[in-house]
Write a protein that binds this ligand. Structure first.
Ligand SMILES: Nc1nc2c(ncn2[C@@H]2O[C@H](COP(=O)(O)OP(=O)(O)OP(=O)(O)O)[C@@H](O)[C@H]2O)c(=O)[nH]1
Ligand SMILES: [Mg+2]
Ligand SMILES: [Zn+2]
Length: 331
């Protein structure tokens, strides 16, 4: 039975490989079986209890089987699901089964994203590296790839963004420069999105929507707003949606969303998610070193030696403190 197959999805591409591997089980051609059997697809949109599921090149409007409610599982955008068609002509179906999620984000509700694009603007608003470090830590925590986009490069005559690029490139992050307004750097970004389910993160006004619209060459974020209004007559529901760039490439868009909440990360675990810190921990004298106040801390030594960027370490301390205070308030 297909339902009992356990899949460990490590990236979106492997999802595809898995789907293709199992073709023989479902039908001779494709993972689509017309006559009553299950088909595997991807949830690309959710508005209240309706889910749009993409199977090959068709979209089915589906609802979830009642059993999910009992199991307290709600399908989310990005889920790989098995559906049974109830009306082929009207493209209606029911979700039978949800595959194991490699990544699950609570807010916005999203499964199986493989990459987050962190947008920082050079000016208006000025670079918020504290936010960037929080968001990068979140991506490491979720096990998702990160891309840093330094946008609005046209507004910074002094090119201060170059030092930001250098700091984060040295750590090992991919950093690209864009001017979304003039469509500069958009093709490079588009290339980096390939074969991923991407989400964009960044403070309000940094240019996320402008970049996304540039990638699609049309005003896609606005389109979302309009269709939402038409469906409901007002603007209250937020529709989470995956926009397809090509067959294996999507961008998740959530109206009103700007950055991920990182409060799930435990303060004492935070240093793991500052990815250049980990290698220096073996030099810490104390087991359970928090790398904040201890003497003989390997990470602090690395900061003194210039192996870790000092400002980044200071932001680590700030974020650590914020998480710690939140934890204390919980008790
Ligand atoms: N000069 C310049 N302006 C830009 C650039 N990218 C975006 N903008 C402008 O910056 C403003 C904000 O851009 P948006 O794309 O709406 O920003 P956003 O990140 O989607 O903001 P929220 O939706 O509020 O989270 C708009 O007026 C854009 O035209 C750029 O590269 N250069
Ligand atoms: Mg926007
Ligand atoms: Zn330490």
């Amino acid at each position: 039975m297909m339902h009992n197959l356990k899949i460990i999805v490590t990236n979106w591409k492997q999802n595809e490989i898995y789907i293709k591997m199992s073709q023989t089980e479902t039908s001779p051609k494709g993972h689509k079986r017309k006559n009553g059997g299950n088909m595997r697809g991807l949830i690309v949109e959710n508005i209240s209890n309706l889910y749009q599921v993409k199977v090959e090149n068709e979209i089915y409007e589906t609802t979830a089987r009642g059993k999910f409610k009992k199991e307290e599982i709600t399908p989310v955008v990005g889920d790989i699901v098995d559906i049974t068609v109830t009306d082929e002509k009207e493209k209606k179906a029911v979700i039978e089964n949800i595959y194991e999620r490699k990544v699950y984000i609570k807010r916005p509700k999203l499964a199986n994203i493989t990459q987050i694009i962190f947008v920082v603007s050079s000016k208006e608003p000025k670079p918020d590296l504290l936010m960037l470090d929080k968001q990068l830590a979140f991506a490491e925590f979720e096990g998702v790839n990160s891309i840093i986009v330094l946008n609005k490069t046209d507004l910074d005559q002094k090119e201060d963004f170059r030092s930001i690029k250098q700091i984060y490139s040295k750590i090992g992050y991919t950093v690209i420069l864009t001017d979304a307004k003039q469509r500069k750097g958009i093709d490079t970004l588009k290339e980096l999105l390939k074969n991923n389910i991407n989400a964009f993160s960044g403070n309000s006004g940094v240019g996320k929507s402008t970049l996304i619209n540039g990638i699609f060459d049309r005003d896609i974020t606005q389109e979302g707003e309009i269709s939402k209004k038409n469906k409901r007559g007002k603007n209250t529901t937020t529709a989470i949606k995956l926009y397809e760039i090509d067959e294996d490439t999507y961008i998740a868009d959530t109206p009103g969303f700007s950055t991920f909440d990182i409060s799930e990360i435990e303060s004492k675990e935070l240093y793991h998610y500052f990815k250049e810190f980990g290698q220096f921990e073996e030099n810490c004298e104390f087991i359970g070193c928090t790398h904040i106040k201890e003497e003989n801390c390997g990470i602090k030594k690395a900061v003194e030696n210039g192996e870790i960027d000092k400002a980044r370490y200071e932001r680590f301390c700030k974020i650590y403190q914020e998480l710690k205070e939140k934890e204390e308030r919980k008790w």
